[in-house]
Design a protein around this ligand. Structure first.
Ligand code: ADP
Ligand code: ZN
Ligand code: ZN
Length: 742
């Protein structure tokens, strides 16, 4: 006998209400995870519908007491079935509980009260109303009289308006309703998060290169040749126009589109283009919406009232019944990996979801991830390339500045001589400058120059960084303290911050260019909602000459007047404990270069670094994506990193150092037991930041050529963790092909 766990009402709040049923033999072959079934429920055996969440061959209950499934529903809703199947697939691949996986695909937390508008309608003849008015006047009933007079003027009026503008009382409304003079109707209204609705005529003629890509992809969609497509096109090559053209075609075919972007706040201008073209057939879904707004957008999507949803990775789970296309813009961005369990990768899940409903996946980037480009090269994806900028603007001229030479020439500033020179040139010509750094706040740690002691967070093993007003802050847990006057270890007063951060860049810039108007944008100045776009708007409107910020200022914006972009210290992202650090650095700098040359005049970019010979910087200088890809692949191949192999990070966390050590050793032992040929097990080792918020973190890595060998070990470890006493008060997380180092 086989058993199925069945959920009756699949929603976020009901995931713990799961019941077990037996599967009669006749149904065994067609019951799978996600299947909709009819079950006898409760004491009266009422027949209700449910979904199968899990299957097993044993039951924890007395088999005699388990009711059998009545039948399998084949013509029911397939959307929920798909989501359950998707969750099961994610659980299996990325490692998490089924509950966590379901929570990831069912993002609406609770039903929010519907927003409604009420209307009052006059339902009697004018003559009858006149009689009533006379009666009220006679009796001196002013409240009823006022309402009746309003109804005489407007036979239908919104209730709120009647109350607010005409001082009608609720009691009077009730009274007239009772008397049969008016009826109240309710109309559901959706909270609409989209501020503008300009639907002008859209008139851009695609270039031949753009048009032929559009044609090819549309044809693929129509003939159901659904191999995922990868579009590599430099910034400004017209990818967004291609997306919109294809989307237009897909929605004309009565299908729906999910358009994924890394972050809403950074794509304001792109969103406006979408609204202009698609009007209110489009909506957004993201975490900054109120719960009511979000719930309404889900409802609209589910009811088929919108054709296009734009949003970050969670928008992938928009409940579209007629999904035809998923677009992933800037597909290389690390935010496409989920932060929580399951640590799914949006690209992979999108392809999985698209398979279930015969939809197309289109990914685009100027600098595709190494993994995706590899898949395109090996034929798993179909590759399209755009080599030229659509609006005729010129390439950026990139130059690398060796900071070691600056030091030799006794230039102690964080601005190299050629950067200063070019900034002057720019500012004199009334052009704008972008200065960016790959950190926030004062990047440097704070240390004692007498004894070398570095100041650490008391809760995490990470150095504190200095912010304004001598405040020291931990970026892992948020701990803040004042900078001590004396070194806690030797008492020396020479305590100082090292390295550079956006605040420091700003200080120097103000000294060097006292007449320039400077704006700064980073995690510290932009924590408030709406700050991003305010600063961007100010800069775009020419209210400042220099914009200083973290990497976010070079992502996705279209600045018309910027002629110079500079990476203040490229090394900051090169030297991270992460196998993707060269790729990250290349992508970031390459995209930054795209910020300068968006108009007719060629822009300039300066990369300041201590490692000028590093290939990822050289390839930015040559604007050579393919060259970078080939170099990087050599390195990945030698070390068997993705895409040549699979790497699974296992993070073991506990408040007790003894427990975390023991648990990690146990896991290692268990993994070794299942180790097959070609599998490497690394660790356990302490995470780079060993202690975070009082919790210790140990790491194990499992590397293999084949995904299957890694998943086999993972499943074994999951069972082990579930049953073993050693894992009380210990958490174990899995991270497949991690996007960040630990
Ligand atoms: P990407 O998404 O690749 O950065 P966009 O689609 O945003 O490129 O295009 C860059 C700029 O070029 C935009 O201002 C866009 O309006 C313009 N553009 C794109 N395609 C064309 C075209 N065929 N004709 C004229 N302008 C175009
Ligand atoms: Zn000291
Ligand atoms: Zn901390």
């Amino acid at each position: 006998m086989k058993y199925a766990s069945v959920i009756v009402n699949i929603s976020h709040g009901n995931l713990d209400k799961i019941y077990e049923y037996a599967i009669p033999e006749e149904w065994e072959s067609c019951v799978q995870i996600g299947t909709q079934v009819l079950i006898p429920f409760g004491a009266g055996n009422r027949q209700i519908k449910g979904f199968v969440l899990g299957l097993s061959s044993t039951s924890e209950f007395d088999p005699k007491k388990i009711k059998p499934i009545s039948s399998v529903i084949t013509d029911g809703t397939i959307l929920e079935s798909h989501f359950i199947q998707l969750a099961a697939w994610m659980r299996e691949r990325y490692g998490s509980t089924m509950n966590d996986a379901l929570r990831a695909v069912l993002p609406v937390k609770r039903k929010v009260k519907e927003k409604q508008k009420k209307y009052l309608h006059l339902v009697v003849e004018q003559s009858r109303l006149d009689l009533f008015i006379e009666e009220c006047e006679k009796k001196g009933n002013k409240a009823r009289l006022r309402l009746a007079t309003v109804l005489k003027e407007f036979s239908t009026i919104e209730m709120a308006q009647a109350i607010k503008e005409h001082q009608v009382s609720r009691d009077a409304i009730k009274a007239l309703e009772r008397l049969g003079i008016l009826v109240v109707s309710t109309k559901k209204v959706y909270r609409n998060p989209i501020p503008i609705h300009i639907s002008e005529d859209y008139c851009i003629t695609l270039t031949q290169a753009q048009q032929s890509i559009v044609n090819a992809i549309i044809e693929n969609v129509q003939c159901k040749k659904l191999k995922p497509c990868l579009l590599r096109g430099i910034t400004g090559s017209g990818k967004t126009e291609i997306y919109m053209e294809i989307m237009d075609d897909v929605i004309t075919q009565k299908k729906q589109v999910i358009f994924l972007i890394p972050e809403i706040a950074l794509t304001v201008s792109m969103m406006e283009r979408f609204y202009q073209r698609f009007g209110d057939r489009i909506t957004v879904l993201h975490s900054k919406l109120s719960e009511g707004e979000r719930s309404d957008q889900y409802e609209r999507a589910k009811n088929g009232e919108v054709d296009i949803v734009i949003g970050p990775r969670s928008a992938l789970f928009t409940p579209f019944e007629r999904l035809g296309l998923i677009i992933i813009d800037e597909e290389h961005e690390p935010v496409y990996q989920n932060e929580n369990q399951p640590k799914y990768h949006t690209r992979e899940v999108a392809i999985q979801r698209a398979k279930m409903c015969e939809a197309m996946v289109l990914m685009g980037s100027a600098t595709p991830s190494i993994e995706s480009y590899y898949k395109a090269m090996s034929g798993e994806y179909q590759l399209f390339t755009l080599e030229e900028r659509a609006n005729g603007s010129l390439d950026t001229e990139v130059s690398i500045v060796d900071l070691r030479e600056e030091l030799k020439k006794k230039n102690m500033s964080i601005f190299s001589r050629s950067l200063v020179e070019q900034m002057w040139e720019c500012l004199t010509q009334k052009k704008q400058v972008l200065l960016f750094i790959n950190r926030r706040g004062y990047a440097g740690f704070v240390s004692c120059r007498a004894c070398g002691q570095v100041l650490h967070c008391p809760h995490c093993d990470v150095s504190l960084t200095e912010h304004k007003n001598n405040m020291l802050m931990c970026h892992y847990c948020g701990y803040v303290q004042k900078r001590p006057k004396k070194c806690p270890s030797c008492g020396s007063p020479y305590i100082a911050a090292f390295g550079i951060g956006t605040q420091k860049v700003e200080e120097y810039a103000r000294k060097e260019f006292p007449n320039a108007r400077i704006l700064r944008m980073d995690g510290d100045t932009t924590s408030k909602k709406g700050e991003y776009s305010k600063i961007l708007q100010q800069f775009n409107a020419g209210e400042a000459d220099i914009l200083i910020g973290t990497q976010m200022i070079v992502k996705g914006h279209d600045f018309a007047n910027v002629a110079l972009v500079a990476a203040m210290a490229a090394d900051l992202s090169l030297n991270m404990n992460d196998f993707r650090s060269a790729e990250r650095t290349f992508q970031l700098l390459y995209q930054a270069a795209g910020r300068a040359g968006r108009r007719k005049d060629a822009g300039k970019m300066i990369i300041q670094t201590y490692q000028p010979e590093h290939y990822s910087l050289k390839m930015v200088e040559n604007q050579d994506y393919v060259g970078f890809y080939e170099k990087e692949m050599l390195y990945r191949k030698i070390l068997e990193y993705p895409p040549f192999g699979v790497i699974l990070a296992i993070v073991v966390v506990s408040k007790s150092e003894q427990k975390v050590t023991q648990a990690a050793m146990f896991l290692k032992g268990a993994a070794v037991e299942k180790q097959t040929n070609g599998v490497t097990i690394i660790g356990p080792a302490n995470a780079t930041v060993y202690r975070v918020s009082e919790r210790y973190r140990k790491l194990l890595y499992i590397k293999a050529k084949q995904l299957e060998s890694v998943l086999e070990i993972k499943s074994f470890l999951e069972g082990f963790v579930h049953y073993s006493e050693a894992f009380r008060q210990v958490s174990v997380y899995y991270d497949l092909n991690p996007m960040n180092g630990y």
